[in-house]
Ligand binder design. Structure first.
Ligand SMILES: [Zn+2]
Length: 137
């Protein structure tokens, strides 16, 4: 066989193997049989080629695209988060004011206000967390 480029060729597209250490064709993606490269010496020029040149930025972009939809699914919607934060803040303010009033006029009841407020706000936060998880998951 007197070919211009000695070495194994892709069984599907008949192009010479470009990336010696890969087990598939870089042109058509065909998987090589394990004995395809047997009996051939790895060409010096091809030894260190891993894959056709993909710019690092493009590879990174591919990674980001793989990750982003999953991330978006996991995170609660910003609007819902905003409403939840606002609601919690409003109720915290209300209970702080109640505590201020109670401690001034009914000091014996101020502790009760704190306990009720803490329970109510934590219930509210828990309900929002649950709702946001159910809404997106
Ligand atoms: Zn091929």
């Amino acid at each position: 066989m007197s070919s211009a480029t000695p070495g194994p060729r892709c069984p599907r597209c008949r192009r010479p193997v470009a990336a010696w250490r890969l087990a598939h064709c870089v042109y058509c993606g065909e998987s090589f049989p394990p004995d395809l490269k047997e009996g051939y010496e790895a060409p010096e020029a091809l030894k260190w080629i891993e894959r056709p040149a993909i710019p690092i930025d493009a590879a990174r972009q591919l990674e980001v695209m793989k990750v982003l939809p999953w991330e978006a699914k996991k995170k609660p919607k910003p609007a819902l988060l905003f409403v939840a934060g606002l609601g919690v803040a409003v109720f915290v303010t209300i209970f702080v004011l109640l505590y201020v009033i109670a401690s001034r006029y009914m000091p014996s009841l101020s502790f009760l206000v704190i306990i009720i407020g803490a329970v109510f706000v934590s219930y509210l936060a828990w309900a929002f967390v649950r709702a946001s998880r159910r809404g997106t998951g």
